[in-house]
Design a protein around this ligand. Sequence first.
Ligand SMILES: Cc1cc2nc3c(=O)[nH]c(=O)nc-3n(C[C@H](O)[C@H](O)[C@H](O)COP(=O)(O)O)c2cc1C
Length: 245
Amino acid sequence: MNKEGKKEEIGDRFQQETKYHRGRLPAWHLDWASKPESYKRYPAAPKVQLEPPNLEGGASLWEVLRSRRSVRHFKDEPMTKSELSQLLWAAQGITNHESGFRTAPSAGALYPVETYLVVNSVADVEPGVYHYAVDKHELEQLRAGDLRLSVAQAALDQEMAYHANVIFIWTAVFERSRWKYEQRAYRYVYLDAGHIAQNVALAAVALNLGSCQIGALYDDEVNALIGVDGVEEGVVYMTAVGKEE
Ligand SMILES: Cc1cc2nc3c(=O)[nH]c(=O)nc-3n(C[C@H](O)[C@H](O)[C@H](O)COP(=O)(O)O)c2cc1C
């Protein structure tokens, strides 16, 4: 029972059981031989090259922060491939090629989050499902076809995913973080995803686009759409991006 006399459920126990206590930190004996890879690759998938991001000038950070709002109604007009490139780089682009460090911070620099896209309407990019190869700044095509309806249904039937230009789907490869942080890893995975999604939300404003975060989703419908098992790797968050109506 908790203080309010309610039965403790899994979330309550998780929060308590993953606390750090002074003097009782876990003994980290990292087994470097079993450290998971930080990058997922689909070697056989057709590749879509992206132009390098434009890192000069742009909208003022303060103006972007002031004007960000969740946008759920989108115009029926494609975004450009260079806008998509810019959004992907904002999400997880590598900013130091020696260390592999990226635009968004990650607990222990373990980078458990992977980016997938459902492309509905992006000029010069065939509609379908893609994986973002972070280290190459390129897309790997996993499925071709109009998946608007499937992605909207998987997003708890939210119509905005049908009308968005692109839907970012963030998964976590849990073992990348669990390898070091054990059960506390689950806290960090969700925090990592939040940083990444916020980068995209701000980049969208800077590009005159609108976005909305999506936490309400049918997990295994999203997992099936992008072809991950929902156990070793599973969806944690989504973001719809498009041109504001
Ligand atoms: C973790 C999280 C999950 C969310 N999931 C959804 C969602 O599934 N559908 C939706 O319409 N908005 C979703 N939102 C957007 C919130 O409703 C929105 O951020 C909030 O109403 C504040 O409005 P603002 O973003 O315009 O400032 C989500 C936001 C967060 C942070």
